[in-house]
Ligand binder design. Structure first.
Ligand code: SPV
Ligand code: MG
Length: 294
């Protein structure tokens, strides 16, 4: 039998293959398990979701080591490749390469960094966000590629030019520069409600590198159109977090109002699910093997 394919290689293959790939957001060990159970091929460890789940803002209020700890729970909880949202790389090239080294140590398959300034602001907040200098960002990409200890670790460069209102030409210039610097794939991000600028970017950029889309705001665009435009991967970036907010609010409101579990029992996951997701069965079996030796 051949050795199992590493998570690094699996993420690389998702990006390289002709078929469109999908990553689903997770922000905890539990959500990582649910993503895998649903049949997804990979996980997006969203900075926004991990921050929000811990009750802080998406402004690098979490330290990079706290993100690393979260990733360890997620990677222990699932066998899927994880692409982590590395924001701006937590500093300059030096901070980023240390992050890359630690990600490789822990089997995290890839990292996405965006060409903004530390501490970052979420792309959907404010206007005219300042962008990183192109050469400086290229240096960061190179430092990461030179540091990765597995050949298939993926470094994704996220172009924020459209978010910053700097237009298609600037976006293309940056995407080409980042691909030349060694980025394995490009995220082109947009906060428009239509995909026109994204589709135009895909057409112009062609096959230079795999292109990843995050259609949070242009969710009305049929996936088929994004596939036809040549996207390699789509990220559903924050939908487990948002689903959980809605579900928790509904449950809290019902209990606060009615003061009886009868109101919620049929709308929440059975307790048995909690135990089976946690893997209680495995422990029972292990106890038979390891505790009964008399
Ligand atoms: C995230 O999920 O944290 C992202 C995507 O970076 S976005 O929130 O759209 O910036
Ligand atoms: Mg983010």
């Amino acid at each position: 039998a051949s050795a199992p394919v590493s998570r690094f290689t699996r993420l690389r293959e998702l990006l390289q293959r002709p078929d469109l790939a999908f990553l689903m957001e997770a922000h905890s060990g539990l959500s990582a398990k649910i993503v895998e159970e649903a049949g997804f091929e990979g996980i997006w460890a969203s900075g926004l979701s991990m921050s929000a789940a811990l009750g802080v803002r998406d402004n690098n209020e979490l330290s990079w080591t706290q993100v690393l700890d979260m990733l360890e729970y997620m990677s222990d909880a699932s066998s899927l490749p994880i692409l982590v949202d590395g924001d701006t790389g937590y500093g300059n090239f030096n901070n980023f390469r240390r992050f890359v080294a630690k990600l490789c140590d822990r089997g995290i398959a890839g990292v996405c960094i965006e060409d903004k300034i530390f501490p970052k602001t979420n792309s959907f907040l404010g206007e005219n966000q300042p962008l990183a200098d192109i050469d400086e960002f290229c240096g960061k990409i190179k430092a990461g590629k030179d540091t990765q200890s597995h050949p298939d670790f993926q470094i994704v460069a996220r172009v924020e030019a459209l978010i910053a209102g700097r237009g298609l030409e600037e976006a293309l210039k940056r995407a080409h520069a980042y691909a030349d610097a060694g980025a394995d794939a490009i995220v082109i991000h947009s906060k428009k409600s239509t995909a026109d600028e994204i589709i135009e970017f895909c057409r112009e950029f062609g096959d230079r590198a795999p292109v990843i889309l995050i259609p949070t705001k242009y969710y009305r665009t049929p996936t088929e159109k994004l596939r036809e435009a040549g996207a390699s991967m789509i990220i559903w970036a924050n939908h487990n977090l948002r689903a959980s907010i809605r579900a928790m609010r509904d449950t809290c409101a019902a209990l606060q109002e009615h003061q009886t579990l009868l109101e919620v029992e049929s709308d929440v996951a059975p307790l048995g699910d909690v135990f089976s997701l946690a893997g209680s069965q495995e422990l029972e079996e292990a106890e038979k093997r390891y505790l009964s030796a008399t």
